[in-house]
Each structure stands twice: as C-alpha cells, then as structure tokens.
Ligand binder design. Structure first.
Ligand SMILES: [Zn+2]
Length: 282
C-alpha cells in the first residue's frame, strides 16, 4: 500500500478514535492536530513529515486543512462519503482501494436528517462512546424530546468538482462549469423561477446555477445546458434541498437555452422525492 494512503487513513482513524473518546467535545481542528501529533510520536517521525505525506498528497483535490476537516467531519457524522470518493481516486493499486474500502465503508446517503451538525457539534458521531464504529450512529433521542432543526443537507453534497469548491458556512458545494456560465449569460443572471438577480457594487450581476440531475455519483448527471437552471441563491438552496418541484411551463425562458424535460422529471422524482422520504422518516 502507498505511504500516502496509509498515512491519510491513519490520520482519519486517529481522529475517529479521539472524537469518540477523550476529545469528544473539542473543536474538530484541535482533534485533527492532536491526531497528527499522536501519529508522529507513534512512528517517531516529525509532525512535518506526517503533514507532508498527508496534506500535500491530497492536492489539488483537497486544498488545505480546513477543507480536509470539513470533509472528514462530514464523513464521520454520516453526512457525506465525499472524502472516501476522493481517496479512492488517489488509490494507486488494488491494495490501496481495498484498504480505503475497508477503513472507510460507504454509508447510505439517506442518513437521518439530524446528522448534519458539522461544526456546531463535533462530537455528534461519538454519541455512544464506542470507539471502533465504522459508521456514525444517529444521535440517541429521549422519548418525546424534540431535536433542534439542524441545517438540512443538500442532496448533491457529495459531488466532487475540481474547478470551484468554496467552503461556505452551509457546506454547499458551488460549481460553475463553462456550460453553467453560458446559461447564466443567456438569462442575464435572472432566476428562472422568480426573475430576480443580485446587483453587485461593481455594476455586474450575480446568479447561481444548478444541475437538475446532479453531476457525479450517484446521479451521474451531464454537464450540458439542458440540465442546468439559472437561479437566485434562495431558489438554488430550495432545489438543492428538494423543496421545490418544477414545471417547465412556469420557468422563465431565454433564447438559446432550453431545459430538457427529462432533467426536470429527474429533479421532481429523484431529488424531491428523496427529500420528502427523508422528511417523512424524521
Ligand atoms: Zn429565485
């Protein structure tokens, strides 16, 4: 197995262990720092050597510690398999892949909606104190206890996109491909649902785009204009979360851009239905 994969898996395993035992109330970054220190001490290597093997090895997919922390925390909290998918791309041979699959088993995407606490509650996955769990357990709730409303998760969260991945407070993955930019231009940055745009101080406008059938696993949508809709941030969030069903005849149109019905259907049936199923089971 490659040294890089070995080190990264060791860092994640150490974080998982610390989170479920001694550091369950600590900020995630502190846990990760301690994990790296522990591993360095165990192997009698310098912290810098561990850092080199680990972080440099993840570029350009993961740009730095903040992004690493977000992805690992999301994985350990049962929210996103994204880190696993990224590591699998770095696997150099079969033994790397097997090790990643064993150490970081894939969990079902439709995890409980109250699994999304990320930075507010780093100890989420550590709830029952067992240190060798491979996947996160949902937090235990006393009978009749109401859980606070966490930030719900976007259904395309695990999509990996190399070009633009912004770390936002809501942990949404923003992507803008050339096709998406074209769609924005066709619509003059006006939301195809409500017609609004955001005017920036420099005189330019801002809008977001959304792939109705999301890119990447498990949806495998295409990056073509027929699959892209131009939206204001509010409507983008609603579509990401599966809260707004679309009707072709209600969407604003623009010359040069036509959304294909099959992708509207996909959004309504796959994304919205999944969201409704998860809500119903909450
Ligand atoms: Zn809108």
């Amino acid at each position: 197995m490659s040294r890089k994969i070995e080190t990264i898996l060791e860092v994640i395993a150490e974080i998982r262990e610390l989170r479920s035992t001694t550091m369950h109330d600590s900020p995630f970054a502190d846990i990760r720092r301690q994990a790296v220190r522990s591993i360095a001490a165990r192997h009698k290597r310098a912290v810098a050597t561990i850092q080199n093997n680990w972080l440099r090895g993840l570029k350009p997919e993961i740009s730095g510690t903040a992004e690493f922390d977000t992805l690992v925390e999301a994985y350990l909290s049962g929210v996103s398999n994204h880190i696993r998918e990224i590591l699998l791309q770095f696997a150099q041979d079969k033994s790397d892949r097997q090790k990643i699959e064993k150490e970081l088993p894939e969990f079902e995407k439709a995890s409980p909606p109250n699994g999304m606490h990320l930075s507010q509650n780093s100890s989420l996955a550590a709830g029952n104190g067992s240190s060798h769990q491979q996947t996160a357990e949902p937090p235990v709730r006393a009978a009749g206890e109401r859980t606070p409303h966490p930030a719900p998760k976007a259904f395309d969260l695990r999509i990996r996109e190399r070009k633009i991945r912004k770390l936002c407070t809501t942990y949404r993955v923003l992507r803008e491909t050339d096709q998406a930019l074209r769609v924005r231009r066709f619509h003059g940055d006006r939301c195809q649902i409500c017609g609004s745009t955001i005017n920036l101080a420099d005189g330019s406008t801002y809008a977001e785009t959304h792939h109705l059938r999301p890119l990447g696993a498990p949806h495998h949508g295409e990056d073509i204009s027929e699959n892209i809709i131009c939206l204001c941030p509010n409507h983008h969030a609603m579509l990401d979360l599966g809260l707004h069903r679309l009707k072709a005849e209600e969407l604003r149109t623009a010359d040069g851009h036509k959304i294909a019905q099959e992708f509207i259907d996909y959004h309504n049936h796959a994304i919205c239905q999944q969201a409704e199923t998860v809500s119903a089971g909450a």
